[in-house]
Design a protein. Structure first.
Length: 101
């Protein structure tokens, strides 16, 4: 079962509880779901081990738009948007572009 299915399974009495990302809880709450959530401690979660990667293809069809999106994501406003939706802000080093080899 995918973690995105868990809030609906709980709401339809198919499951009593489940482990999901904070983003799934926030999405369920935005959808009006009446759910309770417990935050795991850092030592019990993978919060600091999980990372997301984004980049632009060298031959991107919409390179200007792609670059603008990357700049937004690394801006304070982009990082605030991430945090508002349950993600951990990236460090300055993580925001530096790096080639994939």
């Amino acid at each position: 079962m995918h973690h995105r299915e868990m809030p609906d399974r709980i709401l339809t009495d198919q499951s009593d509880a489940g482990i999901v990302w904070k983003t799934e809880v926030l999405a369920a709450e935005r959808g009006g779901a009446k759910i309770d959530a417990v935050t795991m401690s850092d030592e019990d979660s993978l919060r600091k081990e999980v990372s997301y990667v984004i980049g632009m293809l060298k031959a991107a069809t919409h390179a200007v738009a792609a670059q603008a999106f990357l700049e937004f994501l690394s801006s304070p406003e982009g990082q605030q948007t991430y945090a508002k939706n349950g993600f951990v802000n990236a460090s300055a080093d993580e925001l530096k572009p790096k080639p994939i080899e």
